[in-house]
Ligand binder design. Sequence first.
Ligand code: HEM
Length: 142
Amino acid sequence: MMTKMKFVLLLAASLSFAGAARAGDTTLYDDLGGEAGLTRIVNDATDAFLADKRISATFDETNMDRFRVKLYEQFCELTGGPCKYTGHSMAEAHKGLHLRNVDFNALVEDLQDALDKSDIPFATQNRLLALLAPMQHEVVTR
Ligand code: HEM
């Protein structure tokens, strides 16, 4: 009985601690520089995709103005910003592109370069990459 009680108290204490910590915390969106910071990162990353001979041809048929907007929306929503992603699902957007793991890795490298360019610390970069990692199996189809 005593042990159970202690557990409940501990749980309550840790929940309120978590709540307090969250209230003071910034979101990843904030840590990436909010609207201006994320816009710059998405644009630099997109420029890098188009300049990267390993993957640039994949974008030959793509409306890049739309791509930039959708990627921004997606990253903004994913990182806790005030946006709603209105694009296609990852499976839908990439089906027919026959992407491989090497293509995925190339795109992530280009994104990391863009994050470096904005002086985003390594730990913050990893928080973003961790959110993208689960999408790999939807994007890579061969
Ligand atoms: C986690 C990794 C990735 C994310 C988060 C991502 C995100 C997106 C988003 C948000 C869109 C727009 C969807 C829409 O128009 O509704 C898109 C489309 C596209 N992505 Fe990705 N993508 C990823 C990986 C890749 C890779 C590895 C490549 C190629 C190297 C790639 C090439 C493309 C192309 C070509 C389109 C446009 C397709 C079209 O023209 O309709 N993506 N992606």
